[in-house]
Design a protein around this ligand. Structure first.
Ligand code: NAD
Length: 255
């Protein structure tokens, strides 16, 4: 019996086979879930190709989280494939290069606004768009990079993640009465397209595995994906507004 037998999940953010969301989708299927992916614009072809390489080919629904039209049509588009969603995975992040990589002081508001809209406000947008399909007992899970600290080069993406973490707590408050949970996984650094497009990413990840009591493999998104799926399973029925660290233990160490 699989951890997610009989469940249907909407998984955003599959861009490559390195994407954290790819491993979420793959392992979810292996644990018995039915998966629907989302993608948008020029990346849609890549996502469709990857959807064919999953253990079970799955549909891809159009969703740019900054598009009012896509958000309005999301439930209708998903209903072509299922009448409900037991889980929604937010695996989306973007910030213009001008607000990353040591440009904290020179960043301009329009670029910061883009980072916050795509990377933080989108959690609310996605949850509200999917809510009509989500019965009591369902859940939303997103991915953060611990926003309790100022990291090298992460700059305004770090500020966006702080907003993202706060957004998750407010969603937990406002969706809780409908029986919908909202939780985050705070992952350590994983070598994905989003991560390696941050100029100076190596300054964040260097030394991580030495500081992690459990060690840390930056090329392995599986531990992170497993935590996402555990939170979407029936085994966290009374947990919401939570952030689970999957970082080898770095967050708990003094140095
Ligand atoms: P990734 O590049 O594979 O995924 C990022 C995804 O965001 C892509 O699929 C991209 O298409 C999507 N996206 C960007 N703008 C969008 C928009 N307007 N609408 C819809 N989708 C959009 O990288 P990843 O590392 O797998 O990132 C997934 C999540 O994990 C992000 O929230 C990221 O911040 C978070 N995270 C990553 C790491 C890491 O080190 N890789 C660590 C902690 C948290």
């Amino acid at each position: 019996m699989g951890l997610l037998d009989g469940k249907t999940l909407l998984v955003t953010g599959v861009l490559t086979e390195g994407s954290i969301a790819y491993h979420v989708a793959r392992l979810a299927q292996l644990e018995g879930a039915t998966v629907i992916l989302t993608s948008f614009g020029r990346t849609a072809r890549l996502t469709a190709a990857i959807a064919r390489r999953l253990p079970h080919e799955c549909p891809v629904v159009q969703l740019d989280v900054t598009s009012d039209e896509d958000l309005t049509l999301l439930a209708e588009r998903v209903r072509e494939h299922t009448d409900h969603l037991d889980g929604v995975v937010h695996s989306i992040g973007f910030a213009p290069q001008t607000v990353l990589g040591g440009n904290f002081l020179s960043a301009q508001w329009q670029d910061v606004a883009t980072a916050i809209q795509v990377s933080a406000f989108s959690l609310k947008s996605l949850a509200v768009a999917a809510q009509p399909l989500m019965p009591p007992g369902s859940g939303v899970v997103g991915l953060t990079f611990d926003a309790s600290f100022a990291w090298p080069v992460y700059d305004w993406m770090g500020v966006a993640k702080a907003a993202f973490e706060s957004t998750s707590r407010y969603l937990a408050r406002d969706l809780g009465p409908a029986g919908i949970r909202c939780n985050l996984v705070a992952a350590g650094p994983v070598k994905t397209t989003a991560a390696t497009s941050i100029p100076g990413f190596e300054k964040i990840e260097s030394g991580w595995s030495a500081r992690a009591p459990l060690g840390w493999d930056m090329t392995d998104a599986v531990p992170t994906a497993k935590a996402v799926l555990a939170l979407l399973s029936d085994w966290f029925p009374a947990t919401t507004g939570e952030i689970v660290h999957v970082d080898g233990g770095v967050h708990a160490m003094g140095s």
